[in-house]
Write a protein that binds this ligand. Sequence first.
Ligand code: TYD
Length: 232
Amino acid sequence: MEVIIEGKVKTVYQGDDSQQVIIEYHDKVTAGNGEKEDHPLGKGSLCCSISALIFEKLAKELIPTHYINMVGANKMICKKVDIVPLEVICRNRAAGSIVRETTLNEGQPLPQPIVEFFLKDDSKHDPLLTPDRVRLMGYDPKPFIEMTLRINDILRSLFYILGIDLVDFKVEYGYDAHGDLYLADEISPDSMRLWKIGGEERFDKDLFRKDEGDIVPAYRQILDKLQPLAVT
Ligand code: TYD
């Protein structure tokens, strides 16, 4: 298969149909811009299955997503889109960079969800962007903010039912050949913070970032919890 993009933990191949790609999720996890790396067995298929379930749920709620279907355990067929070079982050509580870079405390609830933009460019260390900078790059921030807040509402309710607090998450968007906007990339515990409600347990990549435990059993718990809710 022709490789279109070799990412840090995923490879994107050209699909049989020119308007489709195949995304392969590898048994690999990285942090700190690729400085830290591990190869946990089964991690690729877990992230692929979790992403697929989440995309299906969002599609049911009328969010346009690039996801079409899974092929095998760790690959999905997706609509081919031009990825917007923005990492769009939504936060419900303070954690990670917002704690490191502001006066907010870890876990502090935000009065309302916020959406932030980061440049998707590892060579520039993914800096935080202002809405003006996003506009100067040629993108109107509004549709990204609106769609991300809708996704947040859906996913927050979904995880709440499972006893999990959606602290924050990152999404990426892309445009198809007609200029229509689609949610793209992946949504998995690699790109979210998931905290047990009323407990200390964490189910996301922070376990790896902070050396606080194995991600595979944690991600498996997320998949097991999501599976019964699979598009009903
Ligand atoms: P953030 O707190 O900004 O960064 P960090 O993980 O370095 O502390 O991240 C907010 C959320 O977005 C978190 O759930 C991780 C996710 N995220 C990604 O998936 N990829 C990224 O490149 C970044 C910066 C964040």
